[in-house]
Design a protein around this ligand. Structure first.
Ligand SMILES: Cc1cc2nc3c(=O)[nH]c(=O)nc-3n(C[C@H](O)[C@H](O)[C@H](O)COP(=O)(O)O)c2cc1C
Length: 387
């Protein structure tokens, strides 16, 4: 029987899963995890090392990236399984009109949970619930403890990166490209349903940058998208501490002195967005040596979106293990989805297809070597119910 570094065995795990009361206690009392440069940061690695059994698998899921740090997940835990449920009170509304990002975020959480279980010697069989619609209480996937699951293809070696990876919004090293064979290795982590396209030449990067800058302007001009996006802005330290989610000032990874000033005098969402538009061009796209795109065959295939989330998480973790960072840049996809949902696909749909090829681009991100450390983002405690 395999042990992880905390000495946990499969038997301990199942015992832990049965002890849902303990999980609920952690979730309800001691489980509030706070980390942010504006608060007293608790190192996620310390939290990770102090957590074992089912709690660690749930912690891994909640440590996943999610759009606007919405953390749109809940969990139902039984003795033989963990179910991942979409929390549709925590969507981005008009800023994610097809619930694409919701499903991608859930895929990231699912992948972290699978990797954490495999690393603990308790591999799971994953049952994705097909055709999840994102309707309230949608059950998206089940991790089932199974004697047949050997975990051999579960990428357990990526587990150490779970508490370390960040979405890094600072400048990347412009002098240090990501080697072609490194990108090929990362691309090979894709699920069957997902194709990875790398944009490395100057022309393709310029076209993606142009699309992203125009989409950021369209985003800022769209009052409904802005309203639902701003719902997740936590510009003051007190809001960040109260909600433990969302977009914070420290998440922008600005130079230290500017972050400090903004901590003292919080920006309005609109002034924060003015900085975001400039950073999209100058920093996010401007310093990126490469962009990645995840493409799926059929538009609107929610199961493929979950697989794309799993793929992104594997790529992000593997990149982090090698000193790289990734950072989704979603504006062109958001505005494309807005147009698709309104029944009139326009220039963003066309521009993304030109870059991504046949199928639909469901996530775009930059990848490179960061020049500034990204502080960890806030997390809520896992919301757990007994199955
Ligand atoms: C589907 C998806 C889309 C995202 N889109 C963006 C984006 O457009 N811009 C951005 O800065 N971060 C984006 N993110 C990153 C989240 O904002 C980030 O994961 C969250 O704030 C938590 O921070 P962390 O990843 O450092 O833990 C996205 C993440 C996911 C999963």
């Amino acid at each position: 029987m395999k042990n992880d570094e905390s000495g946990m065995t499969r038997r301990d795990f199942v015992k832990g899963a049965a002890g849902v009361t303990a999980v609920a206690a952690v979730a309800g009392v001691g489980g509030v995890i706070v980390w942010d440069r504006t608060t007293q940061p608790e190192d996620p690695v310390d939290v990770w090392n102090a957590t074992v059994g089912t709690d660690r698998i749930l912690l891994a899921a909640t440590m996943a990236p999610s759009s606007h740090n919405t953390q749109p997940w809940r969990f139902r835990v039984g003795s033989q399984q963990i179910e991942i449920i979409a929390d549709t009170d925590r969507t981005m509304g008009k800023a994610d009109p097809r619930l694409r990002e919701l499903h991608l975020s859930l895929g990231c959480a699912l992948e972290n949970a699978v990797i954490a279980a495999a690393a603990a010697g308790t591999p799971v069989a994953v049952e994705q619930v097909p055709g999840s619609t994102g309707s309230p209480d949608t059950h998206v996937a089940t991790l089932r403890f199974s004697a047949e699951a050997d975990g051999a293809d579960a990428n357990a070696d990526l587990a150490p990166a779970i508490p370390k990876r960040r979405t890094n919004r600072g400048p990347f090293d412009e002098e240090r490209p990501v080697a072609a064979d490194t990108l090929a290795t990362l691309g090979a982590l894709a699920s069957d349903a997902v194709r990875v396209v790398w944009l490395t030449d100057a022309d393709a990067r310029a076209r993606f940058t142009d699309l992203s800058v125009k989409a950021t302007e369209a985003h800022i001009a769209d009052t409904e998208v802005q309203r639902d996006s701003h719902r997740w802005y936590r510009m003051s330290r007190s809001d960040a501490e109260k909600y433990r989610d969302g977009i914070t000032v420290s998440g922008a990874n600005l130079p230290w002195a500017i972050s400090l000033l903004m901590g003292l005098l919080p920006p309005t969402p609109d002034s924060f967005d003015a900085g975001w538009a400039k950073a999209t061009n100058d920093t996010h796209c401007g310093t990126a040596p490469a962009f990645g795109m995840l493409v799926v065959e059929n538009a609107g295939d929610t199961s493929a979106w979950v697989e794309a989330g799993r793929t992104y998480e594997r790529i992000q973790l593997a990149a982090a293990m090698d000193g790289m960072s990734t950072h989704p840049i979603s504006q062109a996809l958001t505005i494309r989805d807005r147009e698709v949902a309104a029944g009139s696909p326009g220039a963003f749909a066309g521009g993304l297809t030109e870059l991504g090829g046949a199928g639909e681009v469901v996530l775009a991100f930059r990848i490179g070597y960061p020049t500034r450390e990204q502080p960890p983002s806030m997390r809520r405690a896992p919301v757990v119910a007994r199955a």
